[in-house]
Design a binder for this molecule. Sequence first.
Ligand code: FES
Length: 154
Amino acid sequence: MLTDHDKQEIQAELARTPSRRGALIEALRVVQRRAGWVSNADVVEVAAFLGLPVSQAEDVATFYSMIFRQEVGRHVILLCDSVSCWVNRADALLTHLRSRLGIRLGQTTADGRFTLLPAACLGACDRGPVMKVDEDLHTHLTAEKIDRILESYP
Ligand code: FES
């Protein structure tokens, strides 16, 4: 259910955006920042609030990989698996992350702390391998650096 705060943030986005459709992705991000993910009910509510067809909201929510359509852990790790990171051994780091967290891609740790997801290019190809944890970009990754990074997210 959209909170009053959600509605205020979406209204603010509408004031900055020339079209309701243009505000859609940010409206979904507003919900995700609060709830951690975007449920089907959220998509319906966002569409209604913006006066758009549900199908349009669903298309956008499904298209963008950064909109999570399933419940996720407290922190979401997005490990880049695009070409530049891959040639810099992102695959070895994926193996390390899987072992360290005890999960596979797409899963959440038993304590609900981390969800591990693949990501297309995160826009820092010259600093790979790269991952995001929530909104934080981490570059020049090594296994040791990943261990330190994980410790900093409670
Ligand atoms: S390929 Fe990984 S950030 Fe671009």
